[in-house]
Each structure stands twice: as C-alpha cells, then as structure tokens.
Design a binder for this molecule. Structure first.
Ligand code: ZN
Length: 136
C-alpha cells in the first residue's frame, strides 16, 4: 500500500494518520491469523469427518457414551463456527484495507480509531457503538 493510501484511512480526532508500516503490521497479523484459522478449520473438519465414519466403540449402547460423543461433536461444531466467523472478519478487514474503507464504524460511519484497530484488527464498531451494543 502506498503512503497516500494508508494516510487516507480514517482515524479518530487527535490520532496521527496511518503510516504504511503501521498498516503493514496490522495486515501481517491478520494474514497470519487467517492462515492459522484456515488450518484450524481444515483440521476440525477432518476430525468431524473421521468421527462420522468411526464405528461407535462398544456398540454405542451406553446412553452416557452416546451423550458424551454428541456433546463433543456439538462442541467441535461450535468451535468451527467461531473460527469460521473470525476468519470471515479477518478476510473482510483485509478487503477493506485494499478498498481503502478499513476503520470505518459499521454503525455510525465514524472512524473506529487507529489505536483500537491496532489492538483489535477485526473491530467493526467504534468504542461508543460497541458499548451501546453491549448494553442491549
Ligand atoms: Zn460507531
């Protein structure tokens, strides 16, 4: 990204504009997380597939055993769901960097703020909107 493009991204009043280096740092962090999240999803899908084809040990007549397996499967599915959600948010953040719309609050359209994005690169709401959402 060119310096002019980085500097064109929104920041909060009082914040210095993004430098290409700062943006590259956030981007690299997101990209390494995307790689890890993709790997995690691939593994959990493999595990789920394995478990589906696995014959249930001991004929699976014990209801507690079946219950534990069901719980484990639901737990895995929930984890995969969360990872997929994070992955989608990471990818969206990168797309927004490319489009020059990174750092705009989804709710109010104001700048999310550079400091907040450096701490939470996937943030889609400014602090004010985030707090309002959490109170609901
Ligand atoms: Zn907002």
């Amino acid at each position: 990204m060119k310096a002019t493009e980085a500097a064109a991204l929104p920041v909060r009043p009082g914040e210095d504009p993004w430098t290409p280096e700062e943006l590259a740092q956030v981007r690299n962090q997101l990209q390494s997380e995307i790689a890890a999240q993709r790997e995690e999803l691939r593994e959990s899908e493999d595990e789920l597939a394995d478990r589906l084809t696995d014959p249930v040990e001991g004929a699976g007549d014990d209801p507690a055993d079946v219950g534990a397996k069901t719980f484990q499967r639901e737990h895995d599915l929930a984890l995969a769901y969360n990872t997929r959600d994070l992955l989608a948010k990471s990818e969206r953040a990168i797309e927004q960097m490319d489009a020059g719309t990174y750092g705009v609050c989804d709710s109010c359209g104001q700048a999310i703020g550079k400091a907040r994005l450096q701490a939470f690169p996937r943030a889609t709401l400014c602090v004010t909107c985030k707090q309002r959402e959490e109170r609901r």
